[in-house]
Design a protein around this ligand. Structure first.
Ligand code: ADE
Ligand code: ZN
Length: 336
């Protein structure tokens, strides 16, 4: 039995590459913002909120996640949300984060794009200055909505282009294949955005192929179903295409029944560039450090595996080569 402590995990500098900022809205902040903004929530108190977090599928989670996001109205709300997440990063020694935000979740309620991004950006700038955490923003399109809406969002983002590293694709996967968004990803590429997409979370391996071939993405979010297609798994290994795996999320959303059944170790053994991430930590029971810790216990990961995972998080990031090299060297010198 390997005994690795939370402190050993904390010593490893880590990057987080799959985090929805709206999914870091803790019940306490949800209540506080509801009061501040005069919004009536479905829930009377914190225990009612927590009791609602029993999910049976991705959709059952998304319904509650979009409901919670309604308390975010003003720039200050987006600032508070992001700042709280950064404090968790500091606790976990997450030194770099590539953060998803879903503009349509807010603009469809009449919140201006500028309000959202100004709040996020202000917190991220302060995070760099006061906590030493670097970050990029990834703007995600909601795939249950038409491609035309994604085009409109792309248009709205252009005045803030320099603040956004890339685009992503999230929300209800099955029935909304990546190819639905081929043209908007092409347009975003022309504007210089990098790209990622959720694929193979609940959807089949064909969606992962489509995300690679039609959307021409740089890395895959989730992608855990790739092992069902040996040719695909081989392709990911050979081309070093990263997966941003979210273990606690996968268990909460019943992709795996329990963490012991998770295929993270199999992905690593297949030579795939897999990383650990928290997805929506306020809903799934743990931030990045907790994901590393629970996986270590359930999957019997060694310190060597953890060093590989932490290294993969920088290799798979959008950081420039010199910054990747800096963190990789630090990890290399931590004893196994
Ligand atoms: N939006 C927030 N979390 C998500 C997930 N795990 N899959 C798809 N869309 C999401
Ligand atoms: Zn996600």
């Amino acid at each position: 039995m390997i005994n690795i402590s939370k402190d050993q995990i904390k010593k490893l500098p880590k990057a987080e590459l799959h985090l929805h900022i709206e999914g870091s809205l803790e019940p306490e902040l949800m209540m506080k913002l509801a009061k501040r903004n005069n919004i009536t929530l479905k829930y009377k108190n914190l225990s009612e909120i927590r009791a609602a977090y029993q999910f049976t599928s991705l959709q059952s989670f998304l319904d509650i996640y979009y409901e919670g996001a309604k308390v975010l109205m003003h720039e200050e709300d987006f600032f508070d949300l992001t700042w709280d997440y950064l404090l968790h990063c500091k606790d976990d020694n997450v030194v770099h984060s590539e953060i998803f935000f879903d503009p349509q979740t807010h603009t469809d309620r009449g919140i201006p794009f500028a309000t959202v991004i100004h709040g996020l950006r202000r917190a991220l700038d302060l995070g760099k200055k006061e906590l030493g955490i670097s970050s990029y923003l990834i703007m995600s399109f909601l795939r249950h909505l038409p491609e035309a809406n994604a085009f409109k969002t792309l248009e709205q983002s252009l005045p803030f282009k320099d603040w956004i590293k890339g685009i992503g694709l999230d929300s209800s996967e099955v029935g909304h294949p990546p190819s639905k968004f081929t043209r908007v990803f092409e347009a975003a590429r022309q504007h210089g955005f990098l790209s990622v997409a959720h694929a193979g979370e609940e959807g089949p391996p064909e969606y992962i192929w489509e995300a690679l071939e039609s959307l021409k993405i740089q890395r895959i979010d989730h992608g855990i179903r790739c092992l069902e297609d040996p040719k695909l798994a081989q392709h990911l290994t050979r081309k070093r295409i990263p997966l941003t795996v979210c273990p606690l999320s996968n268990v909460k959303l019943k992709v795996f029944q329990k963490l012991d059944d998770h295929n993270l170790k199999k992905l690593l053994d297949a030579g795939i560039l897999a990383t650990i991430n928290s997805d929506d930590p306020a809903y799934f029971g743990g931030y990045l450090g907790e994901n590393y810790f629970q996986c270590t216990k359930s999957l019997g990961l060694s310190m060597r595996d953890l060093k590989v995972l932490a290294s993969n998080s920088f290799t798979a990031s959008f950081l420039p080569p010199n910054e990747k090299a800096h963190w990789l060297k630090i990890i290399e010198h931590i004893s196994a």
